[in-house]
Design a protein around this ligand. Sequence first.
Ligand code: FES
Ligand code: FES
Length: 155
Amino acid sequence: MAELPAEHLRVDGDVVPAGGPGASLLEALRAAGIHAAKQACGRGECGACTVLVGDRAVMSCTMPAATVADEVTTAAGLGDDAADLRAAFADHAAFQCGFCTPGQVVRAAAVLRASVDRTRDEIVRAMSGNVCRCTGYKQIVDAVCAVAESRRAAR
Ligand code: FES
Ligand code: FES
């Protein structure tokens, strides 16, 4: 794949500007009209802005856009890979207002890509940087555990 100039990002299969000097990855995404990553605390405390950079889940509000070289994937770009996760979130009522959900789904996608063999407690810890003010978390963890279980069964 051709090298991109540092002032561009590859996001969900498209090429977009990396924003102005000092722009965070979240600022660059939103300036490019990509709203799947949510703006909330703006200081790395809530996870609403979580995206994948390569296979790593990052809080895009604290990551300088200019440092991002790998493909960025938002919740909107996860595609069929995450169809079971999206279905599990719906089946387990793992959202209410939905504001945290794109970040939760991206985090869960990264957690499950890394391993489907984590215990429930390990999944709770792995998801713990993503805050939800509505659900009380149980439904979110239930959804992620259900996908881990079904992916284990399908191996
Ligand atoms: S908006 Fe990025 S962690 Fe809260
Ligand atoms: S569903 Fe409302 S913040 Fe999580």
